[in-house]
Design a protein around this ligand. Structure first.
Ligand code: GBH
Length: 503
């Protein structure tokens, strides 16, 4: 992507910690650099100046108001209304009632120190039928939200597709099975850019290609250590063949490319655009050059169907060979569209996907099995290793020369509960965040151009097939009363964002 990229985020390399030298009288010899500023001990290792400290959410997971103000049905409305699809038969019908409580939620974000917010737009709110006539009440909600954010000094970052496809497109085209969905997505993207890009300067096209394609069109088995797997799924709940699935993948990246072009054509000059992918990350078991090479090779191959083709404009030979007769059908023109130059790369980083060591055999790396006792966070899939958030942006930088990278999601689920004193002590989340952000800081110190970090999530919310059981928020939500309580991790986040350094 990098070569034609002329609209990068400007990041000055200076570390905030470096400015912590106390002012000294010119007549005295300069004091040793002090870590004391205004009576506060400042951690030595800061993030770059102007770093975005954000929190993230998505429309279906928090908005509720599933059938208000002319909104059309999404595939997640449909999927959740089928008994047995979601744990406890939870749905996003009301969720966090954010559609009605957005002002309170923006104020809460401000109070926990966020200077930016990554939210997603519900496509069927704007286009109840997926395309055609826009519903003015749909865009009205996002206009009010964006204005509220700007007034609070919080920079809005919008995601266009966080999985809530208009049901009409599912019914008419089989969703992303058809190129028509990719075209409709581009029209919707252009409309959003027209309406919001005077205030929204950063747009993510699609969130986690792999998750919605695999989860929705086949369902997937995730390795959780000791040879065990868990099966995950989601809307629209299809089970396609390998060939059909590769075609869905291709249409998703094509939709991304067409959307980038539509945003450039119809948005204000200077609107920055990229994707937000849950890129699979290979971690070198030993930090030695040949291991790092092996991890880069593995990361490029593991992501051949999404990240790699979007940044290189070609499917790797390895991918096409592995797919054989099931390879997607595509044209050179489509590949060009898919790899339309981007302003930044967004990656959601939660876990190491594989550990690797070098190998003399093709493909040049060997996967190391995960030990059964390897530590995890609460979610069954959530393997714990802070170094993945060092390596993920490092690989994006070294493989593709990205000039601007955002961590579009990172965080963890935990068994949060309100203590007798009314507080929520999520010590595991604080441990997780401190460990991961220490590694992210290390990446920035090594010159990897990471411009911001969006913690998933601003609030506990509807966690897809897990329903309301898995809490990812900095803010606890009582889903019976809609009461919000900032957790211990919110205090930690505020301190970190304020210091621009790991607290
Ligand atoms: C993200 O899902 C979503 O974007 C977000 O909506 C969700 O609430 C949040 O994170 C927390 O789950 O990665 O190999 O284990 C990403 C997490 C990605 C976890 C796919 C399960 C299965 C494959 N999911 N993952 S793997």
């Amino acid at each position: 992507m990098a070569k034609k990229n002329n609209q990068q985020e400007t990041v000055k390399g200076s570390q905030s910690g470096a400015s912590a030298t106390a002012a000294v009288s010119p007549t005295k010899a300069p004091a040793k650099p002090s870590r004391q500023t205004k009576g506060k001990t400042r951690p030595k290792h800061g993030f770059p100046k102007g770093f975005y400290w954000g929190v993230g959410t998505s429309s279906y997971q928090i908005e509720g108001a599933w059938n208000e103000d002319g909104k059309g049905l999404s595939i997640w409305d449909t999927y959740c209304h089928v008994p047995g699809n979601i744990k406890n038969n939870d749905t996003g019908d009301v969720a966090n009632d954010h559609y009605h409580r957005y002002k309170e939620d923006v104020a809460l974000m401000k109070s926990i120190g966020a200077n930016s917010y990554r939210f997603s737009i519900a496509w069927p709110r704007l286009f109840p039928e997926g395309s055609g006539q826009p519903n003015p009440k749909g865009i009205d909600f996002y206009n009010r939200l964006v204005d509220e954010l700007k007034a609070a000094g919080i920079e809005p970052f919008a995601t266009l597709y966080h999985w809530d496809l208009p049901q009409t497109l599912q019914d008419m085209y089989g969703g992303w099975k058809s190129k028509d969905t990719a075209r409709a997505f581009a029209d919707y993207a252009g409309y959003v850019a027209e309406q919001l890009s005077d205030r929204v300067k950063h747009i993510f096209t699609i969130n986690e290609f792999r998750s919605f394609v695999e989860g929705g069109y086949r369902g997937f088995d995730v390795q959780v250590g000791g040879g065990k797997t868990v099966h995950l799924g989601g809307a629209p709940g299809m089970a396609l063949s390998a060939g059909e699935l590769n075609q869905v993948r291709h249409h998703a990246v094509l939709g991304h490319g067409l959307a980038v072009q539509a945003i450039r054509a119809r948005g204000q000059a200077g609107t920055k655009v990229g994707f937000a992918e849950n890129m699979l990350t290979a971690v070198p078991v030993i930090e030695a050059p040949e291991y790092v090479n092996a991890a880069e090779t593995a990361t490029r191959e593991l992501n051949a169907d999404f990240t790699t083709v979007m940044l290189e404009g070609r499917y790797t030979d390895g991918y096409l060979a592995r797919a054989g007769a099931d390879a997607p059908k595509f044209t050179d023109d489509e590949l060009k569209t898919i790899a339309t130059p981007l302003d930044f790369v967004g990656i959601n980083v939660y876990k190491p996907n594989i550990y690797v060591e070098p190998s003399d055999d093709t493909p040049g790396y060997r996967e190391i099995p995960l030990n059964a006792s390897h530590p995890k966070m609460q979610s069954a899939w959530h393997v714990f290793d802070p170094t993945c958030i060092y390596w993920a942006p490092h690989h994006v930088h070294s493989l593709w020369g990205a000039k601007s990278i955002f961590i579009t999601e990172n965080g963890c689920g935990a068994s949060d509960a309100v203590a007798e004193d009314g507080k929520v002590y999520d010590t595991d989340r604080v441990m997780f965040l401190r460990a991961y952000l220490t590694q992210l800081q290390r990446a920035t110190a090594d010159g990897v151009p990471v411009n911001g970090y969006f913690l998933w999530s601003a609030q506990d919310n509807f966690e897809w097939i897990d329903g309301f059981g898995n809490r990812f928020g900095l803010i606890y939500v009582d889903f019976k009363t809609q009461k919000r309580i900032p957790k211990l991790s919110a205090e930690w986040f505020r301190e970190t964002a304020t210091l621009n350094a790991v607290a």
